[in-house]
Every structure is written in C-alpha cells, then in structure tokens.
Design a protein around this ligand. Structure first.
Ligand SMILES: NC(=O)c1ccc[n+]([C@@H]2O[C@H](COP(=O)([O-])OP(=O)(O)OC[C@H]3O[C@@H](n4cnc5c(N)ncnc54)[C@H](OP(=O)(O)O)[C@@H]3O)[C@@H](O)[C@H]2O)c1
Ligand SMILES: *[C@@H]1O[C@H](CO)[C@@H](O)[C@H](O)[C@H]1NC(C)=O
Ligand SMILES: *[C@@H]1O[C@H](CO)[C@@H](O)[C@H](O)[C@H]1NC(C)=O
Ligand SMILES: *[C@@H]1O[C@H](CO)[C@@H](O)[C@H](O)[C@H]1NC(C)=O
Length: 329
C-alpha cells in the first residue's frame, strides 16, 4: 500500500515537474513556434556571472522548455549556447527553437549576415530558428545614431533567411505603421513581432493588427510591474499580493505569476518569462493544464492601463523611435 502511494506520488511529481511541453503555434512561413519561451535578459547594467544563464537554460530544457529567447545585446549568447549544448544528447537540435536579435549597431543591409554569424559563433549553432531586428532604430557602438532605413535592414534579414542562417525572421519593437511600410513595399511579411505585453500593457489594437496580418506576437516583460522589487512607484496595480489575483490563483492551485502567464497565452501571445531560479523556471511553464473563465479574463483585462515599463526614452529623438511619445515630453 505504502509502496503504491510512493509510486503514485512519484509519477504525479514527475508529470508536474518535468517535461511539460508547450503547444506550438503556426507561423506564416509554414514553420511552428513553441507557445512559451525562456527569457535571458539580465537587466540594464547587470554584469553576467560565468554560468548563471547557462544553468538556467539547462534547467529550462529539463523542465520542458523548447524555446529560448536571447539577443546579441544581452552579452550572454555564449552561455545560452553552452546551456543548449549540455542538453543536446537528450533533446535534439531540431526540437529546440532558438530566437536571437540583431543589434542596433548592425542595421546596414550588408552588416546583417556578419552580425548573425557572430551570434551563431557565440551560440555554437549553425542556424537560429528566429532572428529579429531588436529595434527599428540604428545606433553605432560609439552611440552615434545610424539613420539606415529599417527597410534596408529588413532586406538584410531576408538575405540571412535565404542563406539558411535563420529559419524564420521577424521584428521587435516595431509599430503598426512601420510593419505596414515593410508590407506595402512588397517585402516579406514578418513571421513574428516581439513587443512588451503584460497586465498593464495589453496592446489590444496591436494584437488585433497582428492577427489580421498572420504575425505571431511574442510578449516580453510578461510580469510587468507585478513584483515589488521591480515596480516603479508610478506603476499601476496589480502587485503579486493583489487579493483578486490570489483568489483566482487559489482556485486553480497556481501562483499569481502563473495566472498572468496563462492570461497572456489565452490572448494568443507567447510569453517570455525570464528567471534564473530553478523552481520559478519550472513553475512558469506549468500553465497548460487549466483555463481561465470569461469573468476572470474580464478582471485581468481591467488592469490594462497602456503603461510601458521599457519606453527607452533615451531614443526619443531618433526618427525611428517606435512608441507614442509621452504627453509630458
Ligand atoms: N525585445 C526586447 O526589446 C525585449 C525587452 C525586454 C525583455 N525581452 C525579453 O523578454 C524576457 C522577459 O522580460 P524581463 O526579463 O524584462 O522580465 P520578466 O520576465 O517579466 O520578469 C523577470 C523577473 O521576474 C522574476 N520572476 C520570474 N518568474 C517568477 C516567479 N514565478 N515568481 C516570482 N518572480 C519571478 C525574475 O526573478 P529571478 O530571475 O531572480 O528568478 C526576474 O526578476 C527577457 O529576459 C528577454 O528575453 C525582450
Ligand atoms: C534601465 O535603465 C533606464 C535608464 O536608462 C531606467 O529608466 C529603467 O528603469 C531601467 N530598467 C530596468 C529594468 O532596470
Ligand atoms: C561612430 O561610428 C561610426 C560607425 O563605425 C562611424 O562612421 C562614425 O564616424 C563614428 N562617430 C564618431 C563621432 O566617432
Ligand atoms: C497544488 O500544486 C502543488 C504545486 O504544483 C502540488 O504540489 C500540489 O500537489 C497541488 N495540490 C493539489 C490539491 O492539486
């Protein structure tokens, strides 16, 4: 009797704490993308330690993550590469989906492929699954602006795809008008748009636009201002101890961060939760065994205040700054 109980408990634990595979979404180029990704940005001025991201990527793959989001600008592509390599004996490369991003310093058309080759070298890979233009605006390493038209940058991305260095290509931090301009010029429709999406910035019009164009949306900073340590003083609610969110979490035996990730998934968005903590990494992918009610989704929608946590105001004076300028500036 005791043995059976132990066995049942063991099976249940391994089901909830190992290999939870996210479903996949279809891209407009015919490929598929896992519906949740691990984030790997350490924050503004954080100096990466030798192997913290490498460990996180390994734990994530063990937990069932098959999609990792990184960027040249994060300066940890080498760690992502080592984390991936450490698991390749159990999970073949073809089952993994690796996303990285073109640095603002390489916006000239003929600078794109060399930039991607540098990322691939760091990652220890011979292709990425998805390559994104990180921002529509160019800026050289010496911080002077590069006014290269992003149409030229996008042509460079199309070159990279044609050479097989990136299986799919997309954009990050572009607005609707910019995407329209790419499409109206007869260039390839991007497969993905990665933008900030969280409870305080749900961007319903942009999501509608992307659905209409068959562009899959990845949502960065999915926790927004949920955690006290990160929320600025002017950030709207909710925080992680919000009673209405705790009530929903209790109902499903989940945590408040899991409820927010589930909500984004139900909006059709691929959330990119970042964590370096093993338990949280495991928790953040454990969001595919329940569904919110319409009433709960209505409550979660009410937190949308159009509040952006990453406005990058330092680039406000670049002609390709993508966001609505704040009224007080
Ligand atoms: N395209 C772009 O321009 C752009 C911009 C920003 C971000 N991104 C991408 O999106 C990813 C995510 O965004 P982000 O890193 O800004 O923020 P985020 O994922 O919303 O929040 C990360 C923070 O939440 C904590 N956390 C994670 N899971 C938790 C849980 N279950 N319970 C409690 N705390 C938890 C993490 O702590 P610990 O790590 O200490 O566990 C970390 O401090 C980035 O890493 C990056 O890959 C892209
Ligand atoms: C990053 O730095 C900017 C200032 O350059 C600051 O306003 C912002 O809060 C910082 N973001 C994070 C996530 O630390
Ligand atoms: C900054 O770098 C760019 C590209 O390398 C170069 O063309 C430009 O002259 C540099 N500007 C200054 C002020 O150093
Ligand atoms: C609630 O979730 C925790 C963590 O996933 C799990 O250990 C526990 O067995 C769950 N309880 C019930 C009643 O399902």
């Amino acid at each position: 009797m005791y043995k059976i109980l132990v066995l049942v408990t063991f099976v249940a634990v391994s089901l909830t704490h190992g290999n939870i595979l996210a479903p996949k979404l279809k891209l407009n180029d015919g490929r598929e993308i896992p519906a949740l990704a691990l984030g790997t940005w350490l924050g503004n001025n954080t100096k990466p330690s030798a192997n913290e991201v490498e460990l996180a990527v390994g734990w994530a793959i063990d937990a069932g993550y098959r999609h990792i989001d990184t960027a040249y600008a994060y300066k940890i592509e080498d760690q992502v590469g080592r984390g991936v390599a450490s698991k390749l004996n159990g999970v073949p490369r073809s089952e993994l989906f690796i996303t990285t991003k073109l640095s603002n310093s390489h916006h000239a058309r003929d600078a794109v492929i060399p930039a991607l080759q540098e990322s691939l070298q760091e990652l220890g890979l011979d292709y990425v699954d998805l390559y994104l233009i990180h921002w529509p605006l160019g800026q050289f390493a010496n911080l002077t602006y590069d006014f290269t038209d992003y149409l030229e940058t996008w042509r460079g991305m199309m070159d990279a795809k044609q050479q097989g260095l990136a299986k799919s290509i997309g954009l990050s931090n572009f607005n609707e008008q910019m995407i329209d301009r790419i499409i109206d010029n007869g260039l390839e429709v991007p497969a993905v748009l990665q933008v900030e999406i969280n409870l305080n910035l749900q961007q319903p019009e942009l999501l509608h636009y992307c659905k209409d164009k068959n562009i899959v949306v990845m949502g960065y900073t999915p926790f927004g201002s949920l955690f006290y340590g990160k929320a600025k003083s002017d950030a709207p609610p909710p925080r992680v101890d919000d009673p209405s969110l705790i009530e929903i979490a209790k109902k499903y035996n989940k945590t408040v961060p899991q409820i927010t990730l589930r909500y984004l998934i139900e909006l059709g968005v691929i959330p990119i939760p970042k964590s370096l903590t093993k338990k949280r990494i495991e928790q953040n992918i454990d969001v595919f065994d329940f569904k919110l009610t319409e009433e709960e989704r209505t409550l979660l929608k009410s937190f949308d205040k159009g509040y952006r946590t990453i406005p990058q105001l330092k680039w406000l004076d670049h002609p390709f700054y993508p966001f609505k300028k704040p009224l007080n500036l």
